[in-house]
Design a protein around this ligand. Sequence first.
Ligand code: FAD
Length: 153
Amino acid sequence: MNSVPDKLDKLMMLIYTSIATRPMTEQDLIDILAVSRKNNALNQITGLLLYHNGSFMQVLEGPRACVEYTYYRIARDKRHHYVTTVLHQPITVRTFGAWKMSFVNLSNPTIAEDPAFSRHMLDALGDPGLFQHNSIAISFVETFRFLARANTA
Ligand code: FAD
């Protein structure tokens, strides 16, 4: 896969939610992350992957063409469905610049008890209705950025 230098292509942030087609085991999640981190390093993609109770939310950020190609591959993946774009916008700086793909498994009770997020946010994961306004999606991401810092896999 060819990488595209940031300078030649606008930086974009894309957020989507999706539903797992079957309950994900820890090994399933490890497999997804291993491939993601390898590919994302080549494509200058950084971001965050959240999983809870059969729902995914992922933030992809990087050069436009790389984000779109990565999302195209992800959206065709049979391990999840109902892939819904909730935010797709230009950015000037990366929020998750240091991470090829950070991961938070919210099914882990230790993380779920973290005061940094509310039960409401947990329940809303996988519900694109939450993200009707970009500002809500961004504040959601900001919250999880702090959690990911403490719990990066
Ligand atoms: P190949 O490896 O050639 O696979 C061919 C097809 O099989 C693809 O459609 C692929 O999606 C599917 N496939 C591959 N492995 C499995 C499996 N174990 N079970 C079922 N189907 C499978 N990839 C990234 O590069 N970056 C990411 O950030 C990223 N995030 C992801 C998040 C989620 C929630 C999921 C489910 C997948 C994610 N992936 C990510 C993986 C991505 O969907 C592709 O599998 C991967 O990028 C390889 O793509 P490929 O076209 O080279 O497919």
